[in-house]
Design a protein around this ligand. Structure first.
Ligand SMILES: Cc1cc2nc3c(=O)[nH]c(=O)nc-3n(C[C@H](O)[C@H](O)[C@H](O)COP(=O)(O)OP(=O)(O)OC[C@H]3O[C@@H](n4cnc5c(N)ncnc54)[C@H](O)[C@@H]3O)c2cc1C
Length: 385
């Protein structure tokens, strides 16, 4: 199967590339998920505001809420180009999870109030789903919101909050109903991170970047901080994560890295004559193309209102498990020098592969690959839970 895109899609891709060439000098290309020192963050904010000024945030949202009403394919092409260029785009929680939730379940007033601020990069969102005792088993979360007159009072602890200190608001899943389960008992709130009672305790992760332990001690939020309807939080999270029609195009980033690797190998006499190297490079290309085709299966189904077989779980398992595998095969081609950091003059490709290897294990977002296999077993094969 060969994936061909219409002329209009190729023109759109060219327009994005032109923008990136003009606005993204090579020294400003990095991933703000792992590189978030203050000077880098400032570059990422400036770049992301330029993207917003183009009207390119919320490409698939309806126009009346600050979006462009474009197709999921156009959106995917946009993301592919950003990933391929290592563009320091921020606010993914706002653009995908929060906006997805607001579009699915938010009131008209919330859509009008919250979405344009995401589209214009005025509000940065962090994600408060995981808790110390509730990660994969998110439905067991214990943070509680209690209604008190015109306010909600929220108490609990969230774990691994990415971009917490730099964000304005937190997307909080809290228990509002009784019962231990998820359905009907969980609601979503938007919480101002500067509210009294919010404390962040940052910690650095192995790949680079900071996550916080976020404490919410009797945090008071107005009644309209509840997104949509009380008790529908679980459905909103699932819809925003799994029915958004967006697939994170890690394959586009990997394809760009593979291109650099091939060029690097060409510069070393005899390297490309080694059959092991050739086989490894072909395997990397195979991984890229497999992921691209699986991604477009989901996007195509979404565009035509079809359900992707097995809930799109095959793409998720492959993408998550290929991330570290890609890094391992990549480093095998480079050899032991792949573990040298940029400070070493012997480090290949500017020393970036060393960090790429560490970062390749951060493939947890939206659920680990083991959890995705559980989805395949239950939803795909119909096995009992
Ligand atoms: C770098 C980083 C950034 C993050 N950013 C955020 C954020 O911004 N906001 C947020 O809310 N969360 C964030 N998270 C949390 C992330 O979503 C969770 O790490 C993830 O959901 C897994 O939960 P856990 O860490 O509690 O692992 P656990 O659920 O304790 O799982 C531990 C291991 O057991 C396996 N496992 C668990 N249950 C099963 C099962 N039933 N069958 C088979 N295997 C199982 C898992 O696959 C995993 O390998 C972040 C995490 C990291 C590492």
């Amino acid at each position: 199967m060969r994936l061909q895109q219409a002329d209009e899609h190729e023109a759109w891709r060219a327009e994005i590339r032109e923008f990136l060439e003009a606005e993204l000098p090579p020294e400003n290309a990095f991933n703000p998920e792992f590189d978030d020192e203050p000077d880098q963050w400032a570059i990422a904010v400036e770049f992301s505001k330029k993207v917003a000024a183009k009207g390119w945030i919320g490409l698939t949202w309806p126009k009346e809420y600050g979006g462009r009403g474009l197709s999921p394919v156009a959106n995917q092409i946009f993301l592919e180009e950003l990933y391929a260029a290592d563009a320091p785009m921020i606010n993914s929680v706002g653009i995908f999870l929060a906006a997805g939730t607001i579009l699915v379940g938010g009131t008209e007033e919330q859509k009008q109030r919250l979405l344009p601020d995401i589209a214009n990069m005025r509000t940065l969102w962090a994600e408060g789903l995981t808790e110390p005792g509730s990660g994969s088993d998110l439905g067991s979360l214990q943070t509680r919101a209690v209604r008190d007159g015109d306010e909600w009072v929220i108490t609990g602890e969230k774990a691994y909050t990415s971009w917490g200190p730099m964000s304005d608001v937190l997307y909080v899943a809290a228990r509002t109903g009784s019962g231990d389960g998820a359905s009907g008992a969980i609601s979503i709130f938007v919480v101002d991170l500067r509210s009294p009672g919010v404390t962040l305790h940052p910690m650095r992760n192995y790949g680079g970047g900071v996550q916080s332990s976020t404490h919410l001690d009797g945090v008071r939020v107005p009644a309209n901080a509840l997104i949509g309807e009380e008790g529908k939080g679980w459905q909103y999270i699932m819809r925003a994560f799994y029915a958004s029609g967006t697939v994170e195009p890690i394959y586009a980033m990997q394809e760009a890295r593979l291109r650099d690797l091939v060029e690097h190998c060409k510069s070393i006499p005899g390297k490309l004559e080694d059959p092991h190297v050739r086989a490894d490079l072909a395997e990397l290309a195979d991984m890229v193309q497999t992921q691209r085709l699986l991604a477009y299966e989901i996007i195509g189904d979404n565009a035509h209102g079809r359900q992707t077989p097995w809930g799109g779980g095959v793409q998720q398992v492959i993408a998550k498990e290929y991330e570290p595998l890609f890094a391992q095969v990549y480093d095998r081609v480079l050899g032991p020098t792949s573990q040298l950091r940029p400070a070493s003059r012997y480090a290949p490709l500017g020393g970036k592969p060393e960090a790429w290897y560490r970062q390749s294990f951060a493939n947890h977002a939206g659920g680990t690959s083991q959890l995705k296999r559980m989805v395949l077993a239950t939803r795909g094969l119909g096995l009992p839970r």
